[in-house]
Design a protein around this ligand. Structure first.
Ligand code: SF4
Length: 225
């Protein structure tokens, strides 16, 4: 898979986001420790929900157990081993700071709509700078942001444009460019994902990874329109 290089404007944006304390100032978070990827200028951007405790400790997105599963999926789709995928895909999230544990005691707290809205300018600035060809929306929050809220089984295994319209993709052809990135939704890779644990949904995930493989190959070969 093609590799990407770093870019001074991306480095500057990361430095700006790293200094953000908006959620602390609003009393929404006790501490703000934005987790950002290496500043790779990649044509593929992956947006998840929010970093977890392990990501804060390592200062690396998707470095926990869910991340390991995600990298297995990406490898299955042809993105190579984790180190290679990290160099070729810009990994970020809807909110950049660990929201803390869920009150139920199971998993992490889902970021509030206020946190999402405060963090949105950072995500917009990242996308504006990177202008990805392919956007991987991982988990319900990111999927809702990029293609709208629909049942997961109507989304996983399909490819959309930036307006949430489904695009046709076959083994012979990839969708036309529409001025917005192709959006491919993926379920959250956490073992706690109830959707993923339903056997019938595994085939939808397999279809999503097959489509991802096709799109990555088209970008790599330069045959993408
Ligand atoms: S979650 Fe986003 S907006 Fe909130 S403090 Fe962290 S970087 Fe800033």
């Amino acid at each position: 898979m093609g590799q990407a290089g770093s870019h001074p404007r991306l480095v500057a944006l990361h430095s700006q986001i790293s200094g953000c304390r908006r959620c602390v100032d609003r009393g929404l978070l006790g501490t703000a420790l934005p987790v950002l990827p290496a500043p790779v200028f990649a044509p593929v951007v992956l947006v998840g929900q929010a970093p977890g405790r392990l990501e804060v400790a390592s200062a690396l997105p998707f470095s926990g157990r869910a991340g390991k599963q995600l990298f297995r999926w990406l490898a299955e789709a042809g993105a190579g081993p984790e180190a290679e995928a990290r160099r070729a895909i810009y990994l970020t999230s809807m909110t950049k700071c660990f929201p803390g544990p869920a009150r139920s005691g199971s998993g992490d707290r889902r970021p509030s709509s206020e946190e999402i809205s405060l963090c949105q300018p950072h995500l917009e600035a990242q996308l504006e700078l990177l202008r990805p060809r392919l956007l991987l929306a991982v988990g319900q929050l990111a999927i809702a942001r990029f293609v709208g809220s629909r049942a997961m089984d109507q989304l996983i295994g399909r490819v959309f444009d930036g307006a949430g319209h489904e695009l046709a993709i076959t083994l012979e052809s990839v969708p036309p460019r529409t001025g917005s990135p192709w959006v491919l939704p993926l379920p959250h890779p956490s073992g706690a994902s109830r959707w993923l644990n339903q056997p019938g949904n595994r085939s939808l995930l397999a279809a999503a990874l097959a489509r991802l493989s096709r799109l990555l190959a088209a970008l790599d070969e330069g045959t993408a329109p």
